[in-house]
Design a protein around this ligand. Sequence first.
Ligand code: FES
Ligand SMILES: [Fe+2]
Length: 459
Amino acid sequence: MPVPEPRTPTDHQPDASEPRPADPPSRHIPPEPDYLSEATYAATRRPVDQAATLLPQAYRSPSFYALERQQVFARSWVAVTLAEKVARSGQVVTASVAGMPIIVTRDGDGELRAFHNVCRHRGTQLVTDDCALRRFRCPYHSWTYALDGRLLGSPLFEGSDIPEDQQALFDTSHRRGFDQRDYGLLPVRVAAWGHIVFVNLSEASPALDEWLGDLPDRLAGYRLDESVAVGELSYDVRANWKLIAENFMEYYHLPWVHPELAKVSRVDDHHRFQGPGMYTGTCTTPISQDPSTSGWLSLPSTPGLNDDDAISGRFLWVTPNLAISVLPTHTFTIIVTPDGPDRTREQAVLNVHRDIAADTDASALADLTRFWDHLNREDIEIVERGQLGVSSDAFPGGPMCYRFEEPLHRFQNMVIDRMVGIDRIPEGDPRGDTSIVTGSSPATGSTQTEPDPSVGVRA
Ligand code: FES
Ligand SMILES: [Fe+2]
């Protein structure tokens, strides 16, 4: 009698009476919260010493990202370029704001202008790269616009190969109801401060002056509008733009992420630098005098600084997308442009006062650019690690360490304000206050303070 082959597990046919193995537990993906509702942000709206960080979906969710473009970036003064790149008539810079292509230029009268980068005929993008032009000519059907946005011809034949006897065939000026004056480029609000040009897609937002609050006054001594770019860097960062912002505005990470810098830049020499306006500030004073780390001491100081500015470093994040590190000898600026929930482009630039640039050896400027590049790459590496963590559904958010993270709280509340439709500009700390900020009242945007001179807020 043949011996039956032993059964392998795959042969096993359970009969109906046998209990079936349980299905693996299904992964529960909760529905997304209402990102436009105040209730969603209750944990971050608490006073800073009790607050949780912004909900993790804000750093990874495509839905949050889409709403954030519309609520934050389309309603803010967004930094787009350096003023010196549009200093002369006809210089043109392209940018992307809230996902929309924008042109910034200076017209024939020397006025700064910004437009949506779309042709008024069928919407073609007019300019693809930074360039110098006398007028904007659409590559599709040659509609042509002046630098002040006026439609000059639809099409404009000047410079075209269309024989004169055929031009009438293309002429649209006889189209019924067509008035060339109605088809100028779509304007965008634009304004400059210091070395930076900002645009704002919203007509309802307050003016740039109000947005910046007391910042222009606080930084007036550095004469940023007289600075020139001496080194440029760019980065593609695999992280949400807010992680870059938040990393910039706290010095908690200094000992671990920048160990070399931390040896000479003591955490105790840092404090908040905060007035009214859509910014968060920290200050280091006195700044490191150690030539081995900074390189910045190898350059002369900006002429005319007061005693305080001459020994301080000031680090400002202007919400939503501008970082400025101002030192006595130079300024390092980063403009960030979100490129998805977990991608951000950074354009960084080293500026020095024009008098210093003229007298400084190129190798000293290159060394300083390398120093900032190294520092920035240390930051990028850690924020990309941060992105990997906050992208995990397991991360529920964490507590604010308010001794260091009050600026994050202030920034996150500015973002929340826009998400829920509040156009509030925070009041900041009273000038000259020497107290630690321990809480923030979302109802007023003002701060609650508690005496602690050891971590004073100095104006
Ligand atoms: S789309 Fe620009 S001219 Fe037709
Ligand atoms: Fe850093």
